[in-house]
Write a protein that binds this ligand. Structure first.
Ligand SMILES: [Zn+2]
Length: 132
């Protein structure tokens, strides 16, 4: 489940920072590597800060493990990836940042984009990765 950030509610409670940790199970559809799958959900560990103008800055890490066949030697392998992620959400339309409406940040698009950016183009086992 991807949580929402209730910006309006947080501001009403004068709570301008928080954390969100969750798992995302729907990443499989984004994976385009032959004979490779996710072993488990993608884990998000985020913190956020809300500015006076309603800008919400989110940063943290995502991590996931891929299991399958090495793209080079076709040996069975399993590797864990961890990436830092960061984004800003504005309460109005924006070209560069994400935007949100009705006082709530929906992290869905950001979650999907983060996984796409973090996914490797190939999966290499440890010995093939050393040759890269
Ligand atoms: Zn290999």
């Amino acid at each position: 489940m991807v949580p929402q950030i209730d910006v309006r509610g947080c501001m009403a409670r004068k709570q301008y920072a928080g954390e969100a940790a969750f798992e995302w199970e729907e990443a499989e559809a984004l994976l385009d590597l032959p004979f490779v799958r996710f072993s488990g959900p993608v884990r998000f560990s985020l913190s956020y800060e809300i500015g006076e103008d309603g800008r919400v800055d989110v940063e943290g890490t995502i991590s996931f493990t891929l299991t399958g066949l090495c793209s080079r030697c076709l040996g069975e392998t399993s590797r864990t990836f961890e990436e830092e992620v960061r984004a800003a959400f504005l309460p109005r339309p924006s070209e560069e940042d994400y935007s949100y409406r009705n006082g709530k940040v929906d992290l869905g698009e950001f979650v999907r984009d983060s996984v796409l950016i973090a996914l490797p183009g190939v999966l290499h086992c440890e010995s093939c990765a050393q040759e890269d």
